[in-house]
Design a protein around this ligand. Sequence first.
Ligand code: FAD
Ligand code: NAI
Length: 463
Amino acid sequence: MAENFDVIVIGAGPGGYVAAIRAAQLGLKVAVAEKRATLGGTCLNVGCIPSKALLQSSENYHEALHGFADHGITLGSVSIDIARMQARKAEVVGANTKGIEFLFKKNKVTWLKGEAKFTGPNAVEVAGQGYTAKHIIIATGSDSVPLKGIEVDEKKIVTSTGALELDKVPGRLVVIGAGVIGLELGSVWRRLGAEVTVVEFLDRITPGMDNELSKSFQQILTKQGFTFKLGTKVTSAKVEGDEVALTLEPAKGGEAETLKADVVLLAIGRYAYTGGLNLEAAGVATDERGRVKVDHHYATNVPGVYAIGDVIAGPMLAHKAEEEGVALAEILAGQAGHVNYGAIPGVVYTWPEVATVGATEEGLKAQGVAYKVGKFPFMANGRARAMGALEGFVKLLSDKTTDKLLGAHIIGPDAGALIAECVTALEFGASAEDVARTCHAHPTLSEVVKEAALAADGRALHI
Ligand code: FAD
Ligand code: NAI
């Protein structure tokens, strides 16, 4: 007899593992099928966590080389041990993935080790063993989008997974795609000494982000030594001995050029991953981009089958997947789970960080919403001066008539932490004045958020 559960989750990434823990907290009998040798999905194994470990190491190295002298700190010769840096990254990842195993045990969640495939609407098979469940949650995540004519070997032509594993600093790194992965991992290797050229199809970086923020971001990265080739497509990349030869063409047509690289990072987006799931056996429908189709309660077209995270529509972010995991578990337990898609932050963990939430200026214009802009630079903040981190600004957008906060866009030190206040304000339907009248500790970077809120009413104090 196939063992029966209340809930079987397929995939132990931030969507799946969080859904499982929450469902177990609510008294359901839960199992999670995961084919990877460790829990935590893309995020913990080859995504958020290892990338942040390398960003931290490379930032420390860069500071030691270029930042400490200004503080009067003299170091002997500074060098980087890539093997140690990678070993530390592996330790960080290991501690995190083990942490999820601990949480599964604590919450009595069963880990079904192996690839799950549907054998019917309420049944799956994992490692040759059949299981049934009242509810099955697809949380199989995403994978890197391939590019025609470019063969990834994860050594010379890499996806993010290979870019996290390089054992030496490439002399020349060419990044295809000026999105989040390209700029974060490009930053890691740039700080460690690589010449980084980013080739982007569109005529701007980070599409979808508030344009003013993107422009400032590009300028700052250019000062750091990044080279951008915008409005350009890569038509081929071939490994030739120790090098990779790329052919580039203007996106709108024109003469081709050749570019040589030691390593090429392909980072042109991710696609919903349902490989091996045998969705047909359950009859689960997907959309034109292969994403599992769901309604507002994460239900697919098949009763009892649900989907969350990167495998459904929406931003491919770990915290979005987590929120969906919690909401769905609560819905399955008879509660009223809900995700506010208007208040999901996005953070790019470069230096400086870039963080956004809510509407962009371009979005408000397109919708015909009248808005006010409150902007304040980090340069005019005492703490930022003390830190020597003067680049960037906070930009708040609020409704012209009601002053309700509609969007927040930050480029600057610790932007990822600063955006949390703006997300809370959005969630609570606060006005810019609410933020402006809130006492912010001095001297902190958060005062820049307060000043931007004051600026929305033309009354910033320190500029
Ligand atoms: P995933 O984390 O992809 O997990 C899916 C799991 O399902 C995988 O472990 C897979 O092995 C398993 N699986 C698939 N099919 C089966 C099957 N049939 N049977 C059993 N198991 C299966 N997001 C952020 O918010 N912040 C960041 O800083 C960030 N950094 C990133 C950096 C990189 C380099 C990358 C690639 C991504 C990053 N992301 C970041 C995105 C984030 O990793 C994803 O949004 C998140 O992991 C999605 O979670 P998920 O649970 O939907 O899927
Ligand atoms: P992305 O969607 O952020 O960026 C891809 C870029 O490639 C875009 O600028 C796009 O215009 C460009 N592009 C597409 N096709 C191209 C082509 N043929 N030639 C040149 N450029 C092309 O995707 P990315 O960077 O791969 O990241 C994937 C996902 O992972 C993102 O959705 C992101 O949300 C998530 N992620 C999140 C992070 C974070 O939250 N800090 C960090 C890393 C990844």
